[in-house]
Write a protein that binds this ligand. Structure first.
Ligand code: ATP
Ligand code: MG
Length: 393
């Protein structure tokens, strides 16, 4: 008997002529997410199977697979020879131990189950429901469970495949859903150390967007530890997005120049316009076709319609803001679910919080912003920042 993991992918994106393209992306992403494990991979009958791994890695492998977009659900199953002519002896053995496991964990009084048999192996001369009735005996004989076909606590599935093997499982674990990363081009994620931007990256990855991240740091006002926190956040979302390069841009010179030469009320707006210019240049270099931010409408002064509009004109690509209509509470819930929250709340300084004016303009006038920033040598400042940008592996 073998243990295997059955992977079911979403059906919607596999329709039509792009099917093989989506499938090959998904298979690549699955293999990459499991690259630190020894395993075998196979596909048949619209499913993938991961097998040949060492038993103590099973939980970790399932955890990794739960982060791969495009996977609809997973089941950890026993794989045994169907052996019809021997009265399904191996299937029955597996069902017996599965039933014992369920009994040991069961806390439900008068628990019920249904046996679902799928018979793709047409060599077996019995109908699925007849096999189900036969196999249900093994469960009944090894537990107090009762059969209930419509309202059941456990669904015990036996897939009898054409390859002569049966797959036996009782649990369907939901995957991350979405589309395989890579099918929706590549975006440049503006990654601060905050709660919002990692969630924004996660959401765009869910729609299949591969990403590169950029972080603006202002040493010595922001510490190396603050940047290390961003690296950590990148590592967490990388599990959902496949490999994700992080650029760290030195932003101090630009911030000091704005602080010195521009009215304080426009500080944030002008700073963001610089971020967009730099992100656009790096995006071009990396072949990204969109910029992603964690902005949410009205959350802070720089996230009013006027503030966001005033940064648009500096971006050479569309800006995607997947959290635009999210309440902070909703973003926090998602951050907890994807595992970025605890890192995000570590109290390190961000470049946006230094030189913060007391009264930032909430509805900046674009003409005035442009007039104010023209006191700066924009091109030279941007070029120097890009030149000194570092990649974090
Ligand atoms: P977050 O929680 O993502 O930091 P926020 O609610 O603090 O967002 P802002 O500080 O206004 O909001 O930042 C808005 C967006 O601008 C962020 O979501 C992020 O995409 C980008 N951003 C802000 N600061 C930085 C930075 N230092 N480096 C890269 N991107 C940044
Ligand atoms: Mg922030």
């Amino acid at each position: 008997m073998d243990r295997v993991i059955i992977i079911r992918y979403g059906e919607i994106f596999l329709k039509g002529k792009n099917k093989s393209y989506f499938e090959s992306l998904l298979i690549n992403n699955i293999k990459q997410s499991l690259k630190s494990f020894k395993f075998e991979f196979s596909r048949s009958q619209g499913r993938y199977t991961v097998s040949g791994y060492s038993a103590d890695c099973e939980g970790d492998i399932v955890d990794r697979l739960k982060r791969v977009f495009g996977i609809h659900s997973l089941s950890v199953a026993d794989r045994v020879e169907t052996a019809y002519s021997e009265g399904f002896v191996h299937v029955k053995d597996s069902l017996k131990s599965l039933t014992q496991r369920l009994c040991a964990e069961n806390t439900i009084k008068n628990a019920t189950f249904r046996m679902t048999v799928k018979r793709a192996d047409k060599h077996i001369p019995m109908k699925s429901f007849e096999i189900a009735a036969l196999l249900a005996d093994t469960v009944l004989n090894n537990s107090d469970f009762k059969v209930d076909l419509t309202s059941y606590d456990y669904e015990i599935s036996v897939d009898m495949r054409e390859n002569g093997y049966s797959y036996i499982y009782s649990e369907v674990i939901y995957g991350a859903g979405g589309l395989p990363v890579g099918c929706s081009s590549k975006g440049m994620l503006l990654l601060s150390g905050g709660i919002d931007s990692p969630v924004a990256g996660y959401m765009m990855a869910k729609r299949g967007m591969k990403q590169v991240a950029v972080h603006f740091a202002s040493p010595p006002y922001t510490s190396e530890r603050a940047t290390a926190k961003v690296v950590e956040l990148r590592d967490i979302i990388e599990a959902y997005t496949t490999d994700m390069t992080l650029y760290v841009v030195p932003f101090t010179e630009i911030q000091l120049a704005i602080h010195e030469k521009c009215p304080a009320e426009y500080m944030i707006t002008i700073m963001r316009r610089f971020m967009m210019r730099i992100a656009t240049l790096l995006a071009k270099k990396e072949g990204c076709t969109a910029i992603i931010t964690g902005e949410s409408l009205g959350q802070v002064a720089s996230q009013t319609v006027e503030s966001m509009t005033s940064t648009e004109s500096c971006a050479g690509h569309p800006i995607f803001r997947p959290l635009i209509a999210f309440d902070k509470e909703e973003t926090m819930t998602l951050a907890k679910k994807i595992g970025t929250y605890e890192t995000s709340i570590q109290p390190f300084e961000d470049c946006c919080t230094i030189f913060l004016p007391k009264n930032p303009s909430i509805h900046p006038n674009l003409a005035k912003v442009v007039e104010a920033e023209n006191k700066l040598d924009i091109d030279a400042l941007v070029a120097r920042a890009v030149e000194s940008t570092e990649k974090r592996g």
